[in-house]
Design a protein around this ligand. Sequence first.
Ligand SMILES: [Zn+2]
Length: 471
Amino acid sequence: MRLAKTLLACALLAGPAFAADATGLEAGDIAVADSLRAKALAGSTAWSVVESLTTEVGPRLAGTEADARAVRWAEAKFKAMGFDKVYLEPVTFPVWLRQRERAEVLAPFPQPLVVTALGGSVGTGDAPIDAEVVEFATLDALKAAPEGSLAGKIAFISNRMVRFKDGRGYGPAVGARSNGAVEAARKGAVAIVIRSIGTSSNRFAHTGTMRYVPDVPRIPAAALSNPDADLLVHMLGRGRPVTLRLDISAETREAYTSHNVIGEITGRELPGEVVTIGGHLDSWDQGTGAIDDGAGVGITMAAGALIGELPQAPRRTIRVIAYANEEQGLYGGKAYADAREAAGEIDAHQLSAESDFGAGRVYALRAGVDPAAWPVIEKIGEVLAPLGVATEAGVGSPGPDVGPIVAKGATWAQLAQDGTDYFDYHHTPNDTLDKIDPKALDQQVAAYAVLAYLAAETAVDFGRVPAKTTP
Ligand SMILES: [Zn+2]
């Protein structure tokens, strides 16, 4: 239905030859996209946006006073960057606040360990937990332990995340963080520590969210730094019982309402149809949230603003979304998708993408669209090729906050980034501005600007993606 409407509009304005092209794009559109790419490469505003966010707001754990400041920051920044419509949408979630986190080996070789509480973890209570450590090589090994075998013990999963350019080491490793506490509690454990889900060799631990399930005791969960996980493995290798003291406290609060902050460049012909790009506004509490995900916010704000500076807006609306609370459960992405479904606006989404993989250069364009629209993706890929970006069919996935609307049928694109060092900094105190190369950020702005502009301009509709075909 939308396809017919779009093609009709274009046919009236541009003549039949326009609609005949499978890409729905004219030479003039490509020239505009080329100019956006060149302008971004010559120096974009993305780095200064991330500098502003990390300097003026800093860590912005969801539900904190800093979260509220970040929302005000984003609203003001969108306006200052010339977006012609800026608004907030409510996102409600429970609040978790880190307090104390300490660990030490009591025996046989007493010494302190560097540890951090996992997001969502309960505390250890009035007194620390002192218990013997039982090591498991993987989450699956823990699951295979006999019932009750961990009664009174602390489980330790020592699996090490593997480094890859595309970050594929994360998926197989992260289950230990997400589900380790539940599986350990099922075996009777009183707490769990895991090797950090991250590739840093620095002596700090990577945090990240974990979950509980009904009817399984809630036990404290923490991550050891990689070198401290090594240390514990070496001690356990002596074959003698190792006793660990874990001392964690965290505060949980009633539901808090934050906001998705949205800025738009209004489309000139089909303002009700949108191309969305964005990043998440919240961060973990230890670093300043520069790469996760100040970069994504900065890249997509800068790309949107660049399109806003064109003499003529693209056919459809460019919507840049700074999502609330991605880190603790994709709350912003879910709230956005639910609101669009309630309003009957899923079909209004031409294409959606999120930048949430740090600040490394983009190397691939991937997409989940109607096969009839694939020639448009290939055409966009041609404009991205000078950036070192390859077009890859049949692979990829939407960004985390885009996932919920894709599950409802919206189409997506992914600009895959080089994540070789992303997990050195991810969810650590080292997630700071100095890790970002401004020139790499400009390359990403160029890629997002080209993608968003051409997706908004093409006469072709990207259709819908059946939920079953999406990751
Ligand atoms: Zn992130």
